[in-house]
Design a binder for this molecule. Structure first.
Ligand code: NDP
Ligand code: A1CAB
Length: 271
């Protein structure tokens, strides 16, 4: 299965890293970037063929010509132009996969030749460490076998959820962006520790290790976050006092509002 990655930034790199860690043959992966500098960096990082549009205009079209799967990993505001620029080079059976936030199957389909198989996905960067969560919605003309091939691309390094397209923005709000919220939490925890007088390095290490440890405790199929929370919050103890403070500050509502802002932005990007 030959896979072409158009764009090799944070997200497509996470997919490539996951594939390579799973033993995927480097010779069956090619990628492109905009800049020569990025291409050189990624070539070095992954040991795959990476070419830059800046160096050789038309390299995107060359990269997709014999691909079985093309993964469009450019920013949402570039995706329609990019898809249109590839249209003449695509074989009719090549599956075009989008990872872009917001961009709908209808928009993608209309930018591509009639009948081109399309799959819209929403992965997250935890693919890099084999712990990705990926939403997948199929286009009208993609076959079951092609969907299974796309699923294998992500299943190498994550868990795939087949969802109706109208639920992908919600998945993006939770899981696509979710690692970003967790990293923000780690930074906030470290800042909190420093405010209590801890040295910066100690506070950052404590924050990082705390989230790594809690994440590992969740890393079983039957993990129960509510029970885990209870196991730490001793009645009348210090954790309970802190959680009550979060509740008093409407922590859950803060999260709901953040997810809603994320969905609203997806809708704007998709409009
Ligand atoms: N980052 C994330 O966690 C997630 C991102 N996504 C989606 O992934 C997509 C990419 O996001 P992200 O990886 O963060 O963005 P990046 O900016 O990191 O990557 C964009 C990539 O596109 C390349 N590019 C730009 N123009 C062209 C072109 N004309 N031809 C070939 N390559 C080009 C860039 O090259 P260069 O480096 O040279 O500029 C870069 O490699 C977005 O649509 C986003 O919605 C989805 C889920 C999670
Ligand atoms: O922030 C973004 O738009 C992308 C999509 C989900 C995560 N990063």
């Amino acid at each position: 299965m030959r896979i072409s990655f158009i764009g090799l930034g944070h997200l497509n790199s996470a997919i490539v890293a996951g594939l390579l860690a799973d033993g995927y043959d480097r010779d069956n992966i090619v990628a492109t970037t905009h800049s020569a500098a990025s291409a050189a960096t990624r070539r070095q990082e992954f040991g795959i063929s990476v070419t830059a549009e800046e160096d050789s205009p038309g390299t995107n079209a060359q990269a997709v010509a014999d691909a079985d799967i093309v993964v469009l990993g450019v920013k949402p505001f570039h995706i329609v132009d990019t898809a249109q620029s590839l249209a003449d080079a695509l074989r009719p059976e090549t599956v075009v996969v989008s990872v872009a936030a917001g961009t709908t199957l209808a928009t993608l389909t209309s930018a591509l030749p009639e009948g081109q198989p399309v799959v819209r996905t929403m992965p997250n960067v935890a693919l890099t460490v084999g712990k990705g969560a990926v939403g997948l919605a199929r286009g009208a003309t993609v076959t079951d076998e092609q969907v299974a091939q796309v699923e294998r691309l992500f299943a190498a390094s994550g868990t795939v959820f087949h969802l109706p397209e109208d639920q992908l923005n919600a998945l993006a709000a939770m899981a696509g962006s979710g690692p970003g919220y967790v990293f923000r939490f780690v930074n906030a925890l470290a800042a909190g520790g420093m405010a209590l007088g801890l040295d910066e390095h100690v506070a950052q290490e404590l924050a990082r290790l705390t989230v790594v440890g809690a994440g590992a405790m969740l890393d079983t199929d039957d993990a129960d976050p509510a029970a885990l929370e209870d196991s730490i919050a001793t009645e009348g103890g210090v954790t309970e006092a802190a959680l009550n403070s979060l509740d008093a500050n409407d922590f859950n509502q803060v999260i709901v509002q953040a997810l809603q802002a994320n969905v609203t932005r997806s809708q704007e990007l998709g409009a």
